[in-house]
Structures are given as C-alpha cells and as structure tokens.
Design a protein around this ligand. Structure first.
Ligand code: ZN
Length: 179
C-alpha cells in the first residue's frame, strides 16, 4: 500500500497532561495496557476515528483481519466502549480513547506510518513522528504554528524523496533491460 503525503501535513493540537481517571488508577496499580486481538484492534480504531486510527485500521484490514460484533461486545465488557441507547451507536469511553490512542501509536510505528504527535512546554514545541523522527522548536523562533507545520512538511518531503529513490533503485534493472 503506497502512502500519499499531503503538502500540508496534519499536525494535531498539543497534547495535554490530562489522564482519564480510570487510566490514572491503572497506572497507580501498575496494570499494563491489555492485549487486544486483531479484531478488537480494528474495532478500537474504527471507533476512535482519528487520521492515525483510520490508517492503522486500513493496514490491519489489508492483512485480512476483520472486526465482528463479538469484538465490539468485548470492548463494552471491558468498559472501553459504551452504547448510546437513544441513537443506538457505540462510542469510546475516556479510558477507551486513551487506550485506542496508545494502541494507534504502537501499531503506526510497527507499520512504519508517519503521523505527528505534538507536545509543548513553556519554551519549546516538540514534534515527534510515529516513525521515530523528532524535532524540538524553540519558542524564540517566531510563529510557532507555522514553524511546526514547516518542520512537518520538511519531514514529509524527506520521506517522499527517500521512498522515491528507493523506488527508482528497485525499478532500475527493469528499465535497463527495456532500454
Ligand atoms: Zn515520519
């Protein structure tokens, strides 16, 4: 599956320190993130609906995995999802969202996807990509929003160039054969 990199990459808003109360309790008790079956992973990603979650979901489906009603039901029994009774749809609880985001990052990294995670302190903005690339921008450098999106765009361009040259290398022998 080939990825298209937008000229203006999507950079999410800076993350806050807010933790759902359920997660804070799990952390305090030292309970690690649970394991999910591929079906449960797809169900979580589908309910989360962020760009990263959507792309991860497509990769899982491309591997032949599917989510069944049982997978959604198990998310409900683990209190990661709940049902809106009036309008009959499922939504993620705050703990479910937190778990889904953590899972999306882990899987995005495994799939080699490029999605940005942004955090800000008083003097710096940190931009991290799920591929491992990261940069830190000083608040003295002027308009932070445009700094961040320029840095993100530069990363996408570098990735695109790298993929293009990898593509050229693999197709070289064929072109040589056909003159
Ligand atoms: Zn990246």
């Amino acid at each position: 599956m080939r990825t298209r990199y937008p000229v203006t990459p999507h950079v999410p808003e800076p993350e806050t320190e807010f933790k759902p109360i359920g997660i804070a309790v799990f952390d305090a008790l030292g309970i690690a993130d649970p394991e999910y079956t591929p079906g449960e992973q797809i169900a979580l990603m589908r309910l989360r609906r962020t760009d990263m979650a959507n792309e991860v979901m497509l990769r899982l489906q491309a591997q032949g995995h599917r989510a069944t009603g049982k997978d959604y039901w198990r998310l409900r029994t683990r209190r990661l999802a709940d049902k809106n009774v009036d309008r009959d749809f499922l939504f993620l609880t705050p703990v479910g969202k937190h778990r889904a985001d953590a899972l999306a990052r882990t899987l995005a990294k495994q799939f080699g996807l490029h999605h940005f995670i942004r955090s800000e302190s008083r003097y710096h903005a940190n931009l991290t990509c799920t591929c491992g690339w990261s940069t830190s921008l000083s608040l003295n450098q002027g308009h932070m929003a445009s700094q961040v999106s320029r840095a993100a765009a530069r990363h996408f361009m570098a990735v695109r160039d790298r993929e293009a040259s990898a593509q050229a290398e693999t197709s070289m022998p064929m072109e040589a054969v056909h003159g």
